[in-house]
Design a protein around this ligand. Structure first.
Ligand code: 2NL
Length: 339
């Protein structure tokens, strides 16, 4: 009883200026490990006949403590702000780092924009293709090396399926569903079974184009592609066409542009020739047109294909293909603002 009286006096002189100090009172006296619980635990030792009286004292003690706590709480209400760990909501927030477009997407978008202005639509298609859309329709013979497992990823559970090796498969799907005039470009990822190095990867990105109508000529092909590289690299760029071979075009040509690194004087990039290859092209093979029921005597067309990695390399001097897919922020952030 005496001890309780002493505690009461201790409580009465308890000083609290802040809400934290009022809380300290609660913990010390009323908390689960507080003094009140401790004193109540002593009930067991009280002889039976005194229990009732002691219980009353305890109840009164508890009410006393709660009353003081309530007073301290009222007195210090609103002092939380003064405690110093309050956030100032009027301050500006932390900057969120803004990402950059991937260089391959920057260049792909530039290519798409140029051809859009020439009336080309954009078509997309699946990355897993069947043999017909990727090879057969494109006039690739059964024994063509591209059809070998060494060069192409086949889906082992479904031998007729493969990862497309070019986006010609998308143009095949366009020709399947649409009669001429056809004017599309097909950007997308393609796969080849290559050992990864600075110059080769097991996937890369392409833009292929196709234009089929009456009276489409090789002169249209040349002038369109010349316009394209002038828009992409500048008016000063020179072009040359070299005869080439593709199973899906006849005649075929590869196009070179004057080296953008040394302006044609000769450097490592152009192997001291002053020219760099940027795309393959040709007049659509009559067999390809026939495969889609397009009459080759009425319609002609040109087609072309380019690697986006290669063009990005020439535009931004990226000299290792692996950089495109390593996600190294030091590489990627160099394209801030290159939109
Ligand atoms: C290259 C060469 C080329 C085509 C792609 C094509 C598409 C159809 C019909 C005929 Cl639907 N040809 N595409 C034509 C010539 C060359 O790509 O070196 N690409 C990176």
């Amino acid at each position: 009883m005496q001890q309780i009286e002493a505690y009461k006096q201790e409580m009465q002189v308890f000083e609290a200026q802040t809400a934290e100090q009022a809380e300290a009172f609660r913990i010390k006296y009323l908390g689960t490990k507080g003094l009140l619980k401790q004193v109540m635990g002593e009930m067991k030792q009280v002889p039976n006949e005194q229990r009732k009286a002691f219980g009353q004292v305890l109840n009164e003690f508890k009410a006393f403590a709660e009353d003081i706590y309530q007073q301290l709480k009222d007195k210090t209400a609103g002092t939380e702000q003064a405690s110093g760990n309050q956030i100032d909501l009027s301050l500006p927030g932390n900057d969120l780092p803004v990402g950059t477009r991937h260089p391959l997407n920057i260049v792909r978008n530039q290519i798409i924009q140029i051809f859009r202005r020439l009336g080309f639509a954009v078509a997309e298609g699946p990355e897993i293709e069947d043999d017909w859309h990727n090879f057969g329709a494109m006039n690739l013979p059964e024994d063509h090396p591209a059809r070998d497992m060494q060069d192409t990823f086949y889906i082992s559970k479904h031998p007729d399926w493969l990862l497309r090796t070019h986006t010609s498969s998308v143009q095949a799907r366009v020709m399947e569903n649409q009669q001429p005039p056809i004017r599309v470009i097909c950007p997308g990822r393609v796969y080849r079974n290559e050992t990864i190095s600075a110059r080769a990867h097991c996937f890369f990105h392409q833009v292929e184009g196709l234009y089929i109508d009456e009276n489409v000529s090789f002169a249209d092909l040349k002038q369109t592609l010349y316009f394209f590289v002038q828009e992409l690299f500048g008016q000063h760029v020179k072009v040359r066409f070299r005869p080439s071979y593709f199973p899906f075009t006849e005649p075929s040509a590869e196009m070179d542009i004057s080296c953008q690194i040394c302006s044609g004087k000769g450097c490592n990039i152009c192997k001291h020739t002053g020219w760099v290859e940027i795309l393959g092209s040709g007049m659509v093979h009559p067999k390809v047109l026939e495969n889609f029921g397009i009459d080759p005597n009425r319609y002609t067309g040109y087609a072309f294909g380019m690697g986006i990695e290669r063009i990005t390399q020439l535009k931004y001097q990226v000299n290792d293909l692996r950089l495109y897919s390593q996600n190294d922020i030091r590489f990627l952030k160099q394209f801030t603002g290159a939109l």
